[in-house]
Ligand binder design. Sequence first.
Ligand code: PRP
Length: 191
Amino acid sequence: MAASGPEEIPAFARDHVASVLLSAEEIQAAIARIGAGISHDYVGRDPVLVAVLKGSAPLIADLLRAIDIPVSVDFIAISSYGPSARNSGVVRLLKDLDQPIEGRHVLVIEDIIDTGLTLHYILRTLRLRRPATLEVGTLFNKPARRLVNIPLRYVGFDLPDRFVVGYGLDYHERYRNLPFLCVLKPEVYGG
Ligand code: PRP
């Protein structure tokens, strides 16, 4: 995947960000494609999209507007107890859904799936509530790092195993506000 797009990395990000991996235009095109797929596949099913905070905030905002059937949205927030604990799969539910999902067609929306451990926990938790269907859409996917195999209904992009920021993804809570996806400088994270 080559660096692409006319985007210039803004001054506030230049200390840490090396290059643009996916342009805003490429990201929006993928979201339009996923939105069209959801609109087609879930017509007449009144789906509920469950966005996993915080990284999926820009995605859910854009994805909702790319869907042209009736749809609900709800949010959950997960804590992974930091990066090393994440690999143990120890996660904690910080914010639960507002509404019951029993009998509903549920589509979990993630910004990125890495090891799959977070999603594995989320799906296990939601499945106990007996939704009619439970599927997953993610904008970014890092298959090389997967520890748990999880079927994905919608995928925007398969990414190389690089530290990426932007479009919701952070480095120490920064750079979520970049409208495109960037690669961090290796010297920043010791890569
Ligand atoms: C990211 C992402 C997924 C998870 C994926 O969230 O949104 O939830 O990591 O990693 P995994 O597949 O290895 O479990 P993060 O914990 O960084 O929280 P954030 O969305 O609030 O930044």
